[in-house]
Design a protein around this ligand. Structure first.
Ligand code: NAP
Length: 490
């Protein structure tokens, strides 16, 4: 754990690294620890408790025991805990951003952005906690009344990925807390520190013991599966790969759990001939390079009208080539390392496959540096149909460009994927924009913008990108059941 500055060391030392169970930080029953690496150097920067099945069970038990009391807590009280948590996270934005950069690699500016975005879910759901409504109506035939009420679903298991270590957590924790659910949270083993720090902040903000339990483990499948099959659990919310999501849906069938799945994406980015090219290139930079391309919403493939493809590609390549690559903590760095060597090899493999099939490298196309997992921002032109990069999630800083001639061709290319999370559309023609948006098989569309994520909007996908929505008015519904009471009133 050498090579860290004094401030970096202090920020790391301030994070509790045990399991949070029933309001107490404790070691794993086995005493085992799990290493956390800095992807910019490959060095171990911290260790956290490595839970086994027994610890997982203890965490669920704590959540189950806290459930009735938490559900009975006044909504205003739950709201105020979330509001205080939002403020505490923002007060600590600088430290939390540094922590995130150390464990995940993205630049400090991007980490600050994620802290603000992630905290916003706490604020949004503090506002939603007091606006959960049922209804009362007269039955159409008269003679009885229909009463509906909303109740918390019960104890939840929330599993999050490494790419947004805080925000993917607050998107679930915010609505769960607001709805009156208790939970076990399992962050990705590559990036557990941001979640542990968040849990610490929320405890300080007054969250009662047992409402939020955190389990870190390297035996992920073995520790999670018994929880998912446990009759005491009532809800699973998962963000991660489609492959793992599918397996968890199967496991959840045992108890017929309520399930939300935020899975992989393969976002098309459509640029029509009438698009404002300045806006399209700006949007492309955001949609592609946010989080080093390691985002489920990342534009994966660029379908550009043949009349503007050359100019768009040239301008995008110039912007990509001008980016500064380096350790995320260093001044001026815009592009950090990928999360690990496996991720970098996948990116490189997809680039090589495209080039072997005839794509042109307009910039980048190679690994960078001796240490860490850096990859050069890359633009590939003339990518032929059949290239793997058009079909698989790249999860890295690579923009493959291909062309179309008609709107029908553009929509068909966009929909030619098992995924359906988000699509980006750049056009100045409102009729075209609406027609295309209606035909896209995705949960979200970015119209003349490269960013759709917003805590006040329903985030989520269709097809192999999963189901359920996070954020917006819809977000809290995932954590509520509707109970109907039929009343006789002769
Ligand atoms: P992943 O391998 O599916 O891991 C996600 C989480 O699932 C991690 O906490 C992981 O734990 C856990 N996990 C792995 N195997 C498991 C099992 N058998 N049982 C229970 N949990 C298990 O995905 P990732 O590589 O971390 O994340 C990248 C993927 O997430 C991409 O496909 C991306 O598109 C997707 N993503 C989707 C959204 C969205 O909202 N749609 C947002 C962000 C990311 P370990 O870390 O311990 O393996």
């Amino acid at each position: 754990m050498t090579g860290l500055s004094e401030r970096e060391r202090a920020v790391l030392d301030a994070v509790p690294t045990g399991l949070l169970i029933g309001g107490t930080w404790r070691d794993a029953a086995s005493g085992r620890r799990l290493d956390v690496e800095d992807p910019a150097t490959g060095q171990v920067i911290a260790t956290v408790a490595d839970a086994d099945v027994q610890d997982g069970d203890a965490a669920l038990t704590a959540a189950v025991e806290a459930q009735a009391g938490w559900a009975a807590t006044p909504p205003r009280e739950r709201a105020e805990i979330l509001r205080r948590s939002f403020e505490a996270v923002m007060d600590r934005q600088e430290d939390l951003a540094l922590l995130m950069t150390l464990e995940m690699g993205k630049s400090l500016a991007e980490s600050r952005g994620e802290i603000a975005y992630g905290a916003e879910f706490l604020r949004w759901f503090s506002e939603e906690a007091v606006r959960v409504h049922g209804r009362y109506s007269v039955a159409p035939a008269g003679g009885s009344r229909l009463l509906t009420m909303k109740q918390p679903v019960g104890p939840c298991l929330l599993i999050t990925p490494w790419n947004f270590p805080l925000a993917m957590g607050t998107r679930k924790i915010g609505p769960a807390v607001a709805a009156g659910c208790t939970m076990v949270v399992k962050p990705a083993s590559a990036t557990p520190l941001s979640m542990l720090a968040l849990a610490d902040v929320m405890q300080e903000a007054g969250l009662p013991p047992g409402v939020l339990n955190v389990v870190t483990t390297s035996s992920t499948g073995a520790v999670m599966e018994p929880l998912i099959r446990d009759a005491r659990l009532r809800k699973l919310s998962f963000t991660g790969s489609t492959e793992v999501g599918r397996r968890l849906v199967e496991q959840s069938a045992d108890q017929l759990l309520r399930v939300s799945m935020e899975l992989g994406g393969n976002a098309p980015f459509l640029v029509f001939a009438d698009a404002d090219l300045d806006a399209a290139v700006d949007g492309a930079m955001l949609a592609k390079m946010r989080n080093i391309g390691e985002a489920c919403t990342a534009a994966n493939r660029f379908h550009v009208h043949a009349d503007v493809a050359e100019e768009f590609s040239r301008r995008l390549a110039e912007r990509m080539a001008a980016l500064t690559v380096g350790r995320g903590t260093d001044d001026g760095v815009q592009v950090g390392p990928l999360v690990d060597e496996r991720q970098r090899s996948t990116v490189d493999e997809l680039v090589r496959d495209a080039v072997a099939r005839g794509a042109t490298v307009l910039t980048g196309g190679e690994r960078v540096g001796d240490a860490g997992y850096f990859y050069a921002p890359t633009v590939l032109g003339d990518v032929p149909a059949g290239a793997r990069i058009l079909a698989e999630e790249v999860f890295g800083p690579v923009a493959p460009v291909t062309t179309f001639r008609t709107d029908d061709e553009a929509v068909a290319a966009a929909n030619d994927t098992p995924y359906g999370l988000v699509a980006y559309v750049f056009t100045r023609d409102l009729d075209r924009a609406l027609r295309v948006a209606e035909r896209l098989q995705t949960g979200m569309v970015g119209l003349n913008t490269g960013v759709v994520s917003n805590p006040a909007a329903p985030f989520g996908g269709v097809k192999a990108s999963g189901f359920g929505r996070e954020g917006g008015f819809e977000g809290i519904e995932e954590y509520l059941e509707t109970k109907y009471v039929g009343i006789s009133l002769p």
